[in-house]
Write a protein that binds this ligand. Sequence first.
Ligand code: DAH
Length: 341
Amino acid sequence: MDHSTLDQLLNEGLEAITQSESLKSLYDVKVKIIGKNGLLSEAMKAMGKLPKEEKPAFGKKANEVKQAFEKAYEEREEALRQKELHERLSEEEIDVTLPGKTQFMGGRHPVGLVIQESVAALNRLGFSVQTGPQIEEDWYNFEALNIPPDHPSRDMQDTFYVDDTHVLRTHTSPIQIRSMLKSKPPLRIMAPGSVFRCDSDVTHSPNFHQIEGLLVDRKVSMAHLKATISFVLKELFRSKVEVRFRPSFFPFTEPSAEFDCSCPMCSGKGCRVCKQTGWIEIGGCGLVNPKVLEACEIDSKEWQGFAFGFGIERMAMIKYGIGDIRLFNENDLRFLRQFQK
Ligand code: DAH
C-alpha cells in the first residue's frame, strides 16, 4: 500500500464518475469508493500495517483523495440533476397553441327563465309561491272555481281525465282554492306550474306551464289588479309596456278581463309578432267571484280578491321570438344554448 495505490484509486474513481450517466449509477460509484466498506476505507484500514513514520503522509494523501473524489462527485451530481430535469421538462412539454377541450356550461331552460323572472317580480310585491298536485280533484279544478258541469272546458276533448273524480289539472287556478282553504285572508299568492290539455299544434302543447296570481284583501279593485299585472309585464319585458283590459268571461271572476300588452318588439307600432295590431294577448284576470270566496269559506262581504293567470310558454315565445311551441320540449342543444347567460 503506497501513494501510487491512492492515486490509482482516485483516477479510477474520477473515471467512473465521468462515465456515470445517471444519478443512480453515480451513487453506486460513491458507495464503491468512499462508502463504509468502500475501496478508500479498505486502504485506510491497511494503513495500520504501515511503518509509523509513513502513516501521517499516507493519511494526509488519503484525505486529499477523498476530498478530490467528493468534489468531482458533487459536480457530476449537479450536472446529472440538471440533465434529468431538462429531459423531464422536454418530455412534459405542453403545446399551448393546441385548441382546448370546450366545456359547455349548462343553462336555464327558457320556460324556467320566464318562471324565475315572474316569480322574482311577484315576490317584490309580496306574493309567495304556492303549489298543488298535478293530478287534481274535479272539485278544485272545476267545481270550487264555479265552473258548471256543462262548461265546455270539462269536455273530454279539452281535459285529460284520470278517473271519474280526478283530472290532470287544466290550469293553475285550483291552487287559488287550495290557498284560500289553507290560509285566512289577507293573502297574496302566486302559483307557477305544469298544466295539461288535449291540444297540440304550433302554438298549443298538451303539457305547458302557467303562473297564477291571487290577492285577497279588503277593498280590492280592478285598479290594483291592473297595476300588479303592469308591474310584472314591465319586469318581464324589461321595457315600458302598456297594459289594456278587454271585457271577457271566466266563471271564477266577476268582472273578468283578458289582458293585452303593447308589443315589446315594435313598441306598439305594428310588426309580425303582434300581427300589425300593436298589442299582444297575454292572459286572463278579474275580481274573484264571490261564489269562489264563499266556496272557500271566506266572507265575500268583508273580503274581495283579484286573480290573474297567463301561459309561460306563450310569454317565452313573445319574449324570445320563438315561433313553434314544440321547440321547448325537443331538448335540441342548438336551441337551448341560445339562452345560456
Ligand atoms: N285559468 C284560466 C285559463 O287557464 C286563466 C285565468 C283567467 C286565470 C282568469 C285567472 C283568472 O286567475 O282570473 O285559461
